[in-house]
Design a protein around this ligand. Structure first.
Ligand SMILES: [Fe+2]
Ligand SMILES: [Fe+2]
Length: 169
C-alpha cells in the first residue's frame, strides 16, 4: 500500500474511533438526564462509527498495509442543551466528510484507484450521516424549550434501529 495512503487510512481509523468516543460521551450525557431515547440514538451512532473504523481496519489489512493504531483523545465532557449537542453532531459529521474527501484526494494524487473505490462507500455514507444528523438537529431545535415536545422526540429517537449494512457480521 502506498505509504501516504496507508498513513491517511490509519489516521481515519482513529478519526472514526474518536467519533464513536464522542457519541458515546453524548449517550452517557443523555442517560444521566434520563433522556433515554436520545441516549439510545447516540449509542447507535457510536456503534456505526466503530463499524466504520473496523471497515477501514479490515481494508488496510486486505491491501497488505500495516495497521497503526493512534491514541484517541478523550471527548470534551461538558455538553449543553440537547439542541447544542445535536448541533455538535451535525458539525462533527461535516468535519468527517471533509476528512474523507481529503483522503480521497490523497488517494487520487498517489494513483491508488482501489483506495478511491473503497472511499466511495464512505463518501455516500457521509451524505447519509449528514442528512440524518441534520434532520435530528432541526427537530430538536424546533422543540426548543418545550419540555413536552422534547420528551416526545426522546421517545421517537428511542425507536431508531441500526441500518442493515451497519450490523456487524
Ligand atoms: Fe463514520
Ligand atoms: Fe458518522
Amino acid at each position: 500500500m502506498n505509504s501516504k495512503v496507508e498513513a491517511g487510512f490509519n489516521e481515519q481509523i482513529k478519526n472514526e474511533f474518536a467519533a464513536g468516543y464522542l457519541y458515546l460521551a453524548m449517550s452517557a450525557h443523555f442517560q444521566a438526564q434520563n433522556l433515554v431515547g436520545f441516549a439510545h440514538w447516540m449509542r447507535l451512532q457510536a456503534e456505526e462509527e466503530l463499524s466504520h473504523a473496523m471497515r477501514l481496519f479490515d481494508y488496510v489489512i486486505r491491501r497488505g498495509g500495516r495497521v497503526d493504531l493512534h491514541a484517541i483523545d478523550a471527548p470534551a465532557g461538558d455538553f449543553g442543551s440537547a439542541a447544542s449537542v445535536f448541533e455538535d453532531v451535525f458539525e462533527h459529521e461535516r468535519e468527517v466528510t471533509g476528512m474523507i474527501h481529503r483522503l480521497y484526494e490523497v488517494s487520487a494524487a498517489e494513483g491508488d484507484w482501489a483506495a478511491q473505490q473503497e472511499l466511495q462507500w464512505f463518501i455516500s455514507e457521509q451524505v447519509e450521516e449528514e442528512d440524518t444528523a441534520s434532520t435530528a438537529k432541526e427537530q430538536v431545535r424546533l422543540a426548543g424549550d418545550d419540555q413536552a415536545a422534547l420528551l416526545m422526540l426522546d421517545q421517537q429517537f428511542g425507536a431508531r434501529v441500526a441500518r442493515a449494512e451497519e450490523v456487524p457480521e
